[in-house]
Design a protein around this ligand. Structure first.
Ligand SMILES: C[S@@+](CC[C@H](N)C(=O)[O-])C[C@H]1O[C@@H](n2cnc3c(N)ncnc32)[C@H](O)[C@@H]1O
Length: 159
């Protein structure tokens, strides 16, 4: 089945989780992964879907063993495992990522529909992302209809 077909099927089954009508475009996926290099170290992707960003991340020279993804949809997880051998797929919420991976991550990339989530869930996910990172940014997230909160605002809310 095509990515669009997979997405539409899951969107009908789980509209509040998938949220988007289609996977990210190739251009968006490339732009989100553009800062990655083979020296970035371990990368965590949140809400991998059918793997549009996953493919772009690997194309930047990240070794599959250095990529860990969190995705809640079991059908998408099966698809990711089949498409990207060697990566680690956790069929689990992004909220669990910081408690699952070893700290010292080089980059976190999110394709999650953050603004459609409850504020507490948003804070758990974004706070967890900053805790996983070895150093300040880079945290990349899909464009959102309203401006995302600044890092300072997130940290103020987490304090
Ligand atoms: C808008 S889609 C983006 C998929 C993909 N990253 C892309 O750009 O094409 C959002 C994805 O996040 C997943 N998702 C939703 N809530 C999640 C959560 N709490 N933890 C992990 N994944 C989640 C959905 O199942 C869906 O695959």
């Amino acid at each position: 089945m095509s990515d669009l077909g997979l997405f539409m099927k899951q969107l009908i089954r789980r509209p509040h989780h998938v949220v988007a009508l289609a996977p990210s475009s190739d251009d968006l996926a490339r732009a989100m992964a553009a800062h990655l290099t083979p020296d970035t170290g371990r990368v965590v992707e949140l809400g991998a879907g059918t793997g549009k960003l996953t493919r772009a991340i690997l194309a930047r020279g990240i070794a599959p063993r250095d990529l860990t993804v969190f995705e809640t949809n079991p059908d998408f997880c099966d698809c990711l495992r089949a498409r990207f051998p060697g990566i680690t797929v956790h069929c689990a919420g992004a909220e669990t990522a910081a408690g699952t991976v070893d700290p010292g991550i080089g980059a976190v990339i999110s394709g999650l529909p953050l603004l459609s989530m409850q504020a507490l869930t948003q804070m758990a996910i974004v706070g967890g992302a900053f805790r996983m990172l070895a150093r300040a940014p880079p945290l990349r997230s899909s464009p959102t209809p309203t401006a995302p909160r600044s890092r300072r605002a997130w940290l103020r809310n987490l304090a």
